[in-house]
Design a protein around this ligand. Structure first.
Ligand code: NDP
Length: 404
């Protein structure tokens, strides 16, 4: 029975909190602390309505997670075993600092990003390795779906199917429809920064840079659709090629519809996606922050969302029997079903469930070890079992090359 603090009360935190309520044998007390406390209160109200038999005790608090002393006070006041960070990537380091100061474990779902440069890399967080180790604390980085489950899939490929992994492709398809002309499925600022940045993939020991959305191909997503998919840079590629040095090429693909790209091109063309602050009526404001305020909140898309997501990892290489093989592991999630279960769309669901699972595996001791870890460094078997148990069943397909 464990006490945890969830920081943030957005789309992902909503799902993780409700999954903790379902898993009340592990999570006895949860404090949801965030900037706008009314959002946390709303989640707790919904838990009361939808999970009235849960024994998990919930409370809420206000915190500015950019402020270490405030975080330290919050953590000391509640006395949790760990903090689940579901705020924004900007807050990762301050929350890690506060965890070190108070002696509690840490988990997040996205790598640290400085506010002023769109830069996706683990260097800042990997630099905490010795400090977490010395204190006997664990920090688990990027335990959502991608990053997160995709790395567990890679580790599962390596453990059960391949002697050597050579070609790794992560594919992420959202074939859902929310009925809006343009909206992002998670935090717009983070999402748009990711898509408008240059693409990058790993080949023969080097990173190859592309223009944004320069490389594409049609990919068949089992049980869902064939969709045009684009190469993006995604943070888990960095740790995967480090932890699996036999990988010759690693790429990340995501689907975007033509209307989405058209809107994005126009917004970018007129400067609305820029992170450079401008002067506006005596205020400094980054256009992308203003755009975020205008776009629909990701959680507001949930009620009318239909269709599925399909996210998976294809690996080609030398199988356990010494023969060349290709293998695909994936999950299909239905937006309307996740709404019925936890009042969230599929993207928040596929992120929030692995965050609960990662926390559970740390608290139950199966994954707990001092230091800073990426998901593929840990045993994928208990994670896979928990994904199947907690709403994200995994499927496998052998012998068909979906990504060329
Ligand atoms: P939202 O924008 O919906 O929620 C973020 C929450 O953090 C909000 O409640 C926000 O408060 C709060 N917050 C922001 N800044 C602060 C601060 N300084 N102090 C306290 N609280 C703060 O984001 P999502 O729920 O969609 O995403 C959460 C995280 O999950 C992000 O880091 C995102 O990158 C990551 N993610 C990971 C994925 C994966 O597969 N690994 C996929 C999707 C998302 P307020 O309500 O006041 O704005």
């Amino acid at each position: 029975m464990s006490k945890v603090i969830i920081i943030g009360a957005g789309g992902v935190a909503n799902v993780t909190a409700k999954k903790c309520a379902q898993n009340d044998g592990v999570f006895s007390e949860v404090l949801i602390a965030t900037r706008t406390v009314s959002k946390a209160d709303r989640i707790v109200e919904e838990i009361g309505e939808h999970f009235p038999n849960s024994k998990t005790k919930f409370s809420t608090a206000t915190v500015d997670a950019d402020n270490v002393p405030e975080l330290v006070k919050l953590i000391e006041g509640f006395g949790p075993e760990m903090v689940i960070n579901l705020a924004l990537p900007y807050q990762d380091l301050t929350i890690m600092d506060a965890c070190l100061e108070t002696g509690v474990h840490y988990l997040d779902t996205a790598n640290y990003e400085p506010k002023d440069v769109a830069k996706f890399e683990y260097s800042w967080q990997w630099a905490y390795q010795e400090r977490f180790k010395e204190k006997g604390l664990m920090a688990l980085l990027g335990c959502g779906f991608d990053p997160g489950a995709t790395q567990a899939m890679a580790a599962y490929h390596a453990k059960h199917h391949f002697d050597e992994m050579h070609y790794l492709d992560i594919v992420d398809c959202n074939n859902g429809d929310h009925g809006k002309a343009f909206a992002t499925n998670f935090n717009p600022e983070i999402n748009i920064r990711e898509i408008t940045a240059n693409g990058r993939y790993f080949e023969d020991g080097e990173w190859v840079e592309t223009a944004p959305l320069e490389i594409s191909q049609d990919i068949y997503y089992p049980k869902v659709a064939t969709r045009k998919s684009y190469v993006l840079y995604h943070e888990e590629l960095e740790s995967l090629v480090k932890n699996f040095p036999t990988i010759k090429r690693a790429r990340f693909w995501m689907t975007f519809g033509d209307p989405y790209i058209k809107h994005l091109n126009v917004l970018e063309g007129i400067g609305m996606t820029s992170i450079e602050p401008i002067d506006f009526k005596g205020q400094r404001i980054a256009p992308i922050e203003f755009l975020k305020a205008v776009l629909p909140a990701p959680e507001s898309l949930a009620a009318n969302y239909t269709g599925q997501t399909c996210i998976g990892v294809q690996v080609k290489g030398k199988g356990k029997d010494g023969e060349d093989k290709v293998h695909f592991i994936y999950n299909v999630t239905d937006h309307a079903e996740t709404y019925k279960e936890v009042q969230a769309q599929g993207i928040s669901y596929t992120t929030g469930v692995p965050a609960m699972i990662g926390a559970m595996l740390m608290l139950r001791g199966e994954w707990m070890q001092p230091g800073v870890w990426n998901v593929e460094q840990l045993d994928p078997d208990p994670f896979f079992a928990a994904m199947n148990r907690w709403g994200l069943p995994l499927e496998e397909l052998s012998g068909i090359e979906l990504v060329k």
